[in-house]
Ligand binder design. Structure first.
Ligand SMILES: [Zn+2]
Length: 256
């Protein structure tokens, strides 16, 4: 039985779209208490949240963006509720998925307590991942528009800005538990006349914000890294190599 603890955040507004997406994040801060403080702070300033994300000479009273999420899951598997699902929390920032930019308006945001890249990518404890899986199952039961295909990483929806929940996050375990996707029936790819257009089409079919330019631009490379972070985390080259192409083809067919 999942235990929820209320830790209300004032940082939300009204949804303008129906819910059809779940976004997973890591908190990327020192610990759960600091992350909870930041996500519930109605007037955050730089001095309250020192860390590697800001320079030492940042003015202590410099305002920071107001942020929130619907849920925070700590390392012990404790789940905190910050914003009711009916409201629009502020976790996605500038982002896009399926050709739509206001991801906050249509998503439920889950912050998973983990130091992330700034704190040497700590492991996610099993008990924490079990709690995330249980939470996703609860959410799917409440919202018929949500299912394993509708769970994305923050890095998927903002590949040039964000890397969370990071390459250590065990997406395969979530897929095994039936709450996320994983490429199936992966077969070897043949050489392609135009591999860049091909991967751009496949990335876009999955949901990534990528234009079909036929050119390996920064946006495409960032989206490829986001894809690799989830499905081929051992090598985040950003290259359209054979293994990445095979995984992309399999997944885009599954979702298409
Ligand atoms: Zn995030």
């Amino acid at each position: 039985m999942t235990r929820y603890i209320e830790r209300p955040s004032p940082n939300f507004d009204a949804r303008t779209r129906p819910i059809d997406l779940v976004v997973l994040h890591y908190t990327g801060m020192q610990d759960a208490e600091i992350a909870l403080a930041r996500l519930t702070d109605p007037a955050p300033v730089a001095g309250s949240y020192p860390g590697p994300w800001q320079s030492d000479d940042a003015a202590a009273d410099a305002p920071l963006p107001k942020v929130s999420a619907h849920y925070v899951v700590d390392e012990s598997g404790q789940i905190f509720t910050l914003v009711p699902e009916e409201h629009r929390a502020w976790h996605a920032g500038s982002s896009a998925w399926d050709g739509e930019a206001d991801v906050n308006a249509r998503s439920i945001g889950i912050e998973i307590v983990n130091g992330g890249h700034d704190f040497d990518l700590p492991d996610f404890p099993d008990v924490q991942i079990k709690a995330v899986i249980g939470l996703l199952r609860d959410i799917f039961e409440r919202w018929p528009t949500l299912n394993p295909k509708r769970v994305v990483a923050h890095s998927d929806i903002a590949p040039e800005r964000k890397a969370d929940p990071g390459e250590k996050f065990p997406w395969a375990k979530l897929a095994e538990a039936g709450v996320s996707i994983w490429p199936k029936n992966v077969t070897e790819v043949q050489p392609s006349e135009d591999p860049v257009t091909e991967v751009q089409q496949q990335l876009a079919r999955i949901g990534y914000e990528v234009k079909q330019s036929g050119v390996m631009d920064n946006v495409t490379r960032a989206a490829l890294i986001a894809f690799q972070r989830r499905f081929r985390p051992s090598d985040l080259s950003g290259a359209a190599d054979d293994e990445t192409r095979a995984l992309l083809r399999a997944l885009s067919h599954q979702l298409g």
